[in-house]
Design a protein around this ligand. Structure first.
Ligand code: GLU
Length: 292
């Protein structure tokens, strides 16, 4: 069942990004959110939600180099992607329109420090929920499920994780992908971003890269003649929303924001406009973890 869903999702991502061509050309506001007019009055005094709603702006960490999830080309005003749409849904519930969000580029390795230091209020950045991360930051969700695979050039002999035992595989520092691939028997080489890692594969400097299938399919779709995603997923990644442990009330707020979007169709609209824009089947939204 899990495999089927991941496979369907993989097909959806491949079709979408292939059809769009350039993620930079995506509609930057595909989901209609009602931006609450008097949001601050709906939250209790002393909560972080009320503070943010009163401020009228929110700092959200997203990836800028992952087409379909979080993507912002130089010169583009607003980022696009499924993570970005989930972030806009939460902001709207705080009374904040997309143009009033301060988007902060986040890489895998700085997500926890950015949350701990208050550089961002939220992280929506292909951010897997893990027990270890939950000891230092808050994580609500998951709002999306994916699994780790490999990206190779089309002329490669590598077909799955068995073919990279003892071989160098590139990934990103601070990601679950790097530790998972090392546990699976490969030699992980960590870069700062996934686009740097993809360039290593395109240049032939490293034979394969690894991370969430949803990220890899975006790169394959941008270079369909040169790159492909191979192998069955060898992990399950539960993608969630990061917040500071100083404000545990944000867990229920973020969970409610996604649950409402799942119920009223905006979650599906967001999927279809980003990872599933080709009209490929939209997966069932995942069940969210209860907040402590
Ligand atoms: N989802 C994995 C993680 O949070 C890999 C993707 C990423 O690094 O953003 O570590």
């Amino acid at each position: 069942m899990k495999r089927t869903r991941l496979a369907v999702m993989a097909a959806a991502v491949a079709l979408t990004l292939g059809a769009c061509g350039n993620a930079g050309e995506e509609d930057t506001d595909p989901v209609e959110n009602d931006v609450a007019a008097d949001a601050a009055s709906q939250f209790e005094d002393g909560t972080r939600m009320k503070e943010i709603a009163e401020a009228g702006t929110v700092k959200i960490g997203v990836k800028f180099d992952q087409p379909g999830l979080g993507f912002k080309a130089a010169g583009q005003d607003q980022p696009t992607g499924f993570d970005v749409e989930m972030a806009k849904i939460a902001a709207a519930k705080l009374g904040i329109a997309a143009e009033d969000i301060e988007w902060v580029e986040t890489i895998s390795d700085n997500r926890e420090p950015f949350l701990q230091q208050g550089t961002v209020d939220f992280v929506f950045a292909s951010y897997s929920i893990t027990d270890e991360r939950r000891t230092i930051v808050g994580q609500a969700g998951p709002y999306f499920l994916t699994g780790q695979q490999l990206l190779v050039t089309k002329d490669s002999d590598i077909a799955d994780i068995d073919d990279v035992q003892g071989e160098e595989v590139c990934s990103v520092t601070g990601s679950t992908s790097l530790s998972n691939v090392e546990e699976a028997g490969a030699i992980g080489r960590g870069f700062e971003t996934y686009s740097q890692c993809r360039d290593q594969v395109l240049d032939g400097a490293i034979d394969s890269m690894t991370t969430d299938g949803s990220i890899l399919l975006g790169y394959a779709a941008e270079n369909p003649d040169e790159l492909e995603v191979v192998g069955e997923p060898f992990s399950e990644e539960r993608i969630g929303m990061g917040f500071s442990q100083d404000s545990p009330e944000l867990c229920q707020f973020l969970t409610d924001s996604v649950t409402e979007a799942q119920d009223d169709g905006r979650w599906a609209d967001a999927f279809q406009a980003t990872l599933g824009a080709s009209g490929a089947e939209t997966p069932d939204p995942p069940a969210m973890d209860p907040c402590a």
